[in-house]
Design a protein around this ligand. Structure first.
Ligand code: B4P
Length: 196
């Protein structure tokens, strides 16, 4: 089993790169953002609650997203590995994931952080807003709030995995394919040294 976390600030390209990585490596894609947007599209009570929170640029409560990940892991018992995209986003989520994987006799093998400067992040999110139909994209103030929440609540997750010597930085600036090649070379190196 190979478990990868793709980490980085909002707009750093986690979703974009995840689509390409799951195709190449056959990992199961677990995006908490996508799971929450499905709930919103289906008008479930959870979706209605999540939408209010996401539209303000805040994080959905830990117990909600941890529950969603727990369910998804249960649904994919035979998976060759998982790509976690946008999760964990708080220290409590990281600790919960460590425990859930341990129950499967597994662990996080690699955490990649996409480094992108804030000016470029806002530019990308403003662009995404033109086509995404995402209500949390619509307002630049909300996008700035999300960057603030990332620095305060999410960045400590990077330190957590750095202490465990699992964190690798990748330059997330440039062409999408160029960044994909950078990611693949790090993943290939790690997979060679990890028993499958
Ligand atoms: P997410 O769905 O995780 O999305 P994101 O952080 O906004 O963006 P991502 O980094 O995936 O960027 P993308 O590839 O789209 O989060 C949405 C919200 O859900 C959160 O704010 C939060 O409220 C909630 N949530 C999700 N997970 C949660 C959790 N675990 N706990 C609590 N709350 C949670 O790229 C952005 C744009 O840039 C796209 O338009 C893309 O086309 C473009 N782009 C990508 N790479 C590019 C490049 N190299 N050059 C130019 N443009 C590029």
């Amino acid at each position: 089993m190979f478990n990868l976390i793709l980490f980085g600030p909002p707009g750093s390209g986690k979703g974009t790169q995840s689509e390409k990585l799951i195709e190449k490596y056959g990992l199961v894609h677990l995006s908490t953002g996508n799971l929450l947007r499905e709930e919103i599209a289906n008008n479930t009570p959870l979706g209605l609650e999540a939408r209010n929170i996401m539209d303000k640029g805040h994080l959905v409560p830990d117990e909600v997203v941890i529950g969603m990940i727990d369910n998804s892991l249960e649904h994919h018992k035979e998976a060759p590995g998982f790509l976690f995209d946008g999760f964990p986003r708080t220290l409590a989520q990281a600790e919960a994931l460590d425990k859930l994987l341990l129950l499967k006799n597994a662990e996080t093998d690699l955490v990649i952080i996409l480094d992108v400067n804030e000016e470029e992040l806002i530019k990308r999110l403003v662009n995404r807003a033109k086509t995404s139909g995402r209500s949390d994209d619509a307002d630049e103030n909300v996008q700035r709030k999300r960057q603030e929440v990332y620095k305060r609540d999410t960045f400590p997750v990077a330190t957590h995995y750095q202490k465990m010597k699992k964190l690798v930085h990748v330059d997330g600036m440039g062409e999408i394919d160029q960044i994909f090649q950078r990611l693949c070379s790090i993943i290939d190196k790690k997979r060679k040294s990890t028993p499958q």
